[in-house]
Write a protein that binds this ligand. Structure first.
Ligand SMILES: [Cu+2]
Length: 130
């Protein structure tokens, strides 16, 4: 009877050590996909106004000081960008033919209204903020 219990103990030890020594399943580490997707949103300093159907769009545009505005005429008819009060910060454009554009930079804070010389009902405003 004693032999049997010793045998059982030995079996348990062997079995136990087998369990202990059993190699742990290696964790397959999946590399964290930390690929940073770069935002394609550029902090553009160029704001666009389209001219079509005899109107400026957007008709009111708010920009930061130092930003530029680009008007592009998509009408077959010629339009221009004529400041209501011409200043050194907002010069008039030439008459723009279809797909022509005019870009100017605003370095002064203020409200600048403009119109189209051939079509005075066409009006727009650029608000320049700090
Ligand atoms: Cu016009």
């Amino acid at each position: 009877m004693k032999k049997l219990s010793i045998l059982i103990i030995i079996i348990l030890i062997i079995f136990g050590s087998f369990l202990v020594l059993k190699p742990k399943a290696k964790k397959t580490e999946i590399p964290a996909q930390t690929k940073v997707i770069n935002s394609s949103v550029e902090k553009s300093t160029l704001k666009e106004v389209s001219i079509s159907n005899y109107s400026y769009s957007p008709s009111k545009l708010t920009i930061k000081k130092g930003q530029s505005v680009k008007w592009t005429n998509y009408d077959s008819v010629k339009h221009d960008v004529m400041p209501d009060n011409q200043t050194s910060v907002f010069a008039a454009s030439e008459l723009l033919a279809k797909n022509e554009s005019y870009t100017t930079t605003f370095d002064t804070v203020g409200l600048f209204s403009y119109h189209c010389t051939p079509h005075p009902d066409m009006k727009g405003t650029i608000e320049v903020t700090e």
